[in-house]
Design a protein around this ligand. Structure first.
Ligand SMILES: [Zn+2]
Length: 469
């Protein structure tokens, strides 16, 4: 024990959900955090002497978690944070995917760097308060001088572990794609910026707070060449790949018509399968696709709220997991899931699985496992998603003493999923407390939300009245 490294001791949690390889749940649980990593996990009365002595001598910070469930921080594998500016936009409220995109692309074309930055910070505030400690963000529009750095700097300010996905669109409407020409980029510029971002920011080390991901937006907005070139660049530099795939019936029809293949066949043809690849949605992944993904370890970001909101369908998550497909959870962009609550997303995953496949389709503990270990696996990380010595110190605690969990003490772990989604009482990311007593630390949310409100209004008004803006 290096006395110079700060010690944080969390103890007396009603239940400590480790999500370790044995899936241990420890009553009266305690965790010792030393610097960015977990040093020890066990029962509170078994705290090793050096830590107990450090506590007694005032050399450690202690947090009492009576009445709380303590667990690994939730991992969000799919989001578009800029969409927090276009929640509940009336003309996009009741459409399916392609119609929804058609309504929103012109608005998003007016994004500015400040909008990207402020919306990323706002989205991360929401995620942190919902129990999420690691998030990906798929940013695929760069209008008006916006850069991925606008989101990266937001993550640094919020202290969240971040997988920044350099998205892209290159096939505009005039070339047979879905997005308007004004929001697509040249492919050589996309690849050059991708290379620049990897060299500048990607951290492959254990406990990394920032990794870069290459993420051409979807089969209907980029070319085969860009998909292939992105895969080559990702493999040459050791970064992951991410895109949208097999989201709904129109998406399947587009793939059959343009490429003569199912989305899974198309992904395989492009080299977009493997442990370093994860695809969002996969609602319509067929049996052969599930076998392919299982065989190759290709991951899926399951986004139940978004899939319901856009009436895309019910992803066959149980079949995927039985076939060995890594599955994580994603809240998806705030315009297709207007509430980005990670614990709430786990609850919806359970409920939707049961609507589709019966009451045994998903247990509460499976939902929590997908939201933690599953997400870590999908992002290609072995240092988050479980609480054990040597793992990154990403932890969240939920206080179950409120009215929303009254009477649920029979099984507090299941109650996290079955009862109303709780807000995080405590959140620790990389050993730093980010949420304490249910409030963000080092973040004044009032001015942040005030600015977000102004920018959201500017964005939508400017698109509605383009000549007066
Ligand atoms: Zn998405």
């Amino acid at each position: 024990m290096n006395p110079a490294t700060p010690l944080l001791i969390l103890r007396h949690a009603d239940v400590l959900v480790t999500m370790d390889d044995q899936r241990r749940e420890i009553r009266d649980g305690a965790v010792v955090v030393q610097g960015p990593a977990i040093a020890w996990v066990g029962t509170s009365d078994a705290l090793p002497a050096p830590y107990a002595e450090a506590l007694a001598a005032g050399r450690a910070e202690a947090v009492d978690l009576h009445g709380h469930v303590l667990m690994p921080g939730l991992v969000n594998t799919h989001h578009h944070m800029y969409q927090s500016l276009t929640r509940a936009v009336p003309e996009a409220q009741d459409a399916e995917l392609f119609g929804w995109l058609g309504s929103l692309y012109p608005l998003w074309a007016r994004l500015t760097p400040e909008m990207v930055h402020v919306s990323a910070r706002t989205a991360m505030a929401e995620l942190l308060l919902s129990g999420c400690t690691t998030t990906s963000d798929h940013l695929y529009l760069y209008p008006n001088g916006s850069r991925l750095e606008d989101a990266i700097e937001g993550a640094a300010a919020m202290g969240m572990r971040f997988h920044a996905a350099r998205g892209s669109m290159s096939v505009g409407r005039s070339a047979g794609g879905l997005p308007p020409d004004e929001v697509v980029e040249r492919e050589d510029a996309i690849l050059a910026d991708s290379q620049r971002l990897i060299e500048r920011w990607h951290d492959p080390a254990r406990h990394a707070m920032l990794r870069i991901v290459l993420a051409p937006c979807s089969p209907f907005s980029v070319s085969r060449d860009l998909m292939r070139a992105s895969a080559e660049l990702a493999r040459a530099t050791g970064v992951s790949l991410h895109t949208h795939l097999a989201e709904n019936d129109n998406d399947i029809a587009y793939s059959r018509e343009k490429f003569g293949m199912t989305p899974a066949e198309y992904a395989e043809d492009l080299g977009w399968v493997g442990r370093d690849v994860w695809h969002a949605h996969c609602v319509k992944l067929d049996e052969a696709g599930i076998r392919l993904f299982g065989r190759t370890g290709t991951g899926v970001a399951h986004c139940p709220c978004s899939n319901m909101r856009l009436a895309s369908g019910i992803a066959p998550v149980g079949a995927m997991r039985r076939a060995g497909v890594p599955v994580g959870l994603g809240v998806d962009g705030s315009a297709s899931n207007d509430g980005a609550h990670m614990l709430g997303e786990a609850r919806q995953a359970l409920l939707l699985a049961r609507v589709g496949f019966g009451p045994a389709a998903m247990t509460a503990r499976e939902a929590l496992e997908i939201a933690t270990r599953g997400g870590a696996q999908v992002l290609g990380r072995d240092d988050i998603g479980a609480l054990a010595p040597g793992m990154s110190a990403d932890l969240v605690a939920f206080d179950l003493r409120g009215v929303g969990h009254a009477g649920a003490g029979h099984d507090p772990v299941a109650a996290l999923v079955f009862c109303q989604p709780a807000h995080a009482a405590l959140s620790v990311v990389n050993g730093r407390v980010r949420v304490r007593d249910g409030h963000l630390v080092d973040c004044d949310t009032a001015p942040l939300l005030a600015r977000h409100r102004v920018l959201a209004q500017q964005l939508v008004e400017a698109a509605r009245h383009p000549h007066t803006a």
